[in-house]
Design a protein around this ligand. Structure first.
Ligand code: C2O
Ligand code: CU
Ligand code: CU
Length: 475
């Protein structure tokens, strides 16, 4: 059966989303629903609730959409209308953000200012532009002050846009897998353990690391063929430094969509909120290969050292690689080479304006925030940055401290121009970029299509909740 046919089938039976695993019964039972648009309409109900769900062969009490962690996979095409009924069965307000989608930041579109009270239902409705890039996007709650808790509690899901990238013959013929990376911390009563205050400072992490809600699941690489991985870091704070035993990673798309050609990497750093699409070539000896998460210090060691001196805590950076998933070789297919060309990534013209955004922690007495952009904490009443429509700007994101901050801008995709003055090795569209300690990253943005207010923030969600967010108004 061809992948396309399978997808259609999977959608119509609301069943198996993890295509490479579809043969395994156990895997199928734990797979999320897969909803695809039909006749130009994606029509879905997401029920946000608290209760016992399947996760890692346990039944912990989590926050979920439709009783599934991760949430259903949604799929649409450019030009489609998307209608999502969000039922809030939580005890707190919530909403939805469509991370990475290029859609209007208005009432029923990508509106992080909306608040849906407990017990109420809200129907989102928007149209994907005809020229929307193909890519791996996602949805999650964005109610300021509760984002870390709700995402860490389990709320998030993939949003796939299929278009030109998916029609490239080698990619169309590749087998496809979805990998949602997410960590949890479950206590003895099977509930999400509330993070100690210090963890909220550097961003909550859990010791239970899952891929699609499973511990070390299996994926199959077609022998002689290609496996396309769509990776999402849906963790509230954890970074993943990914490496696949004996296989290079052929990067074909970043968070904002396709690259111009595949880029070969030996490892890949995926910060919270980021996505990547990878081709794995089934050209090694059949066997089992581990997808590893290598140790990575996101700048907490320097922060902790100060605290250890003051007797406050033990160090807690993982020191050994962890196995996230296992890949084994499956059926032999007709030899499938890597594609040579993907989708052009046009360079952006020179900017008309350069702005600076300094990320730091401290105290803003006005908002009593601890995580700051340009020395201010988030204030929902204040517009921080006003930009005329159709302008091109360079934003210099300056990290004034030791911790990484993944900087994220809603609605308007950007290209990274340079890091510490050194230009990027390849051009790519992104919506999130990790800024290492004391690093300055220059991004270029064309505010091409949509006027209105939206936000930029650190995607370590505790930092966002604690003030590291600003309002952009495109006028
Ligand atoms: Cu995924 Cu404003 O965030
Ligand atoms: Cu976002
Ligand atoms: Cu941060």
């Amino acid at each position: 059966m061809k992948r396309r046919q399978f997808l259609t089938l999977a959608a119509s039976t609301a069943g198996a989303a993890l295509l490479p695993q579809c043969a395994s019964k156990r895997a199928v039972e734990t797979l999320p629903q897969y909803f695809t648009s039909t006749d130009g309409l994606l029509d879905v109900t997401l029920d946000a609730r608290y209760g016992a769900v399947n996760l890692a062969n346990q039944r912990p009490f989590l926050l979920s959409y439709n009783n599934q962690v991760p949430g259903p996979i949604l799929e649409a095409h450019p030009g489609d209308t998307v209608r999502i009924r969000l039922i809030n069965h939580l005890t707190a307000p919530t909403n939805l953000h469509y991370h990475g989608l290029h859609i209007p930041p208005v009432e029923k579109g990508d509106n992080p200012f909306l608040e849906i009270p407990p017990g109420e239902t809200f129907t989102y409705e928007f149209t994907l532009p005809e020229n929307h890039p193909a890519g791996t996007f996602w949805y999650h709650p964005h109610k300021h002050g509760l984002v870390a808790e709700q995402v860490f509690g389990g709320l998030s899901g993939l949003f796939i846009v299929r278009s030109d990238l998916d029609q490239i013959p080698e990619i169309q013929a590749a087998q496809e897998a979805f990998l949602v990376l997410k960590d949890f911390e479950i206590d003895a009563s099977r509930k999400i353990a509330p993070p100690p205050p210090i963890f909220q400072m550097w961003g909550r992490e859990g010791q239970l690391i899952t891929v699609n809600g499973q511990v070390n699941p299996n994926f199959s690489i077609p022998t002689d063929g290609l496996l396309r991985l769509r990776l999402l870091n849906a963790s509230a704070s954890r970074f993943y430094r990914l490496k696949l035993d004996e296989h290079p990673l052929h990067l074909i798309a970043t968070g904002g969509g396709a690259l111009a050609e595949p880029v070969e990497l030996s490892e890949l750093l995926l910060s919270p909120g980021e996505r990547a699409e990878i081709l794995v070539s089934g050209e090694r000896e059949p066997g089992r290969y581990r997808l590893l998460n290598l140790p990575y210090d996101r700048g907490v060691t320097e922060m902790m050292n100060g605290m250890i001196e003051r007797g406050m805590m033990e160090p807690r950076v993982d020191s050994a690689p962890q196995t996230l998933a296992t890949f084994s070789y499956g059926d032999r297919v007709d030899p499938l080479p890597l594609p040579k060309q993907l989708i052009p990534v046009e360079p952006l013209p020179k900017p008309t304006q350069v702005r600076q955004f300094t990320l730091n922690h401290g105290i803003d007495h006005q908002t009593s925030a601890a995580f700051l952009i340009n020395y201010k904490g988030f204030d929902p009443q204040r517009v921080d940055t006003s930009v005329p429509i159709d302008s091109i700007e360079d934003w210099e994101i300056i990290n004034a401290a030791s911790m990484n901050h993944p900087f994220h801008l809603h609605v308007h995709p950007f290209q990274v121009i340079s890091r510490n003055g050194k230009s990027e090795p390849y051009r790519a569209w992104r919506d999130t970029v990790s800024i290492a300690g004391y690093e300055t990253v220059r991004i270029r943005i064309h505010f091409k299509d949509f006027v209105g207010k939206t936000v930029y923030h650190c995607h370590i969600l505790d930092h966002e909740d604690k003030g590291m967010m600003g309002i952009l108004n495109v006028v």
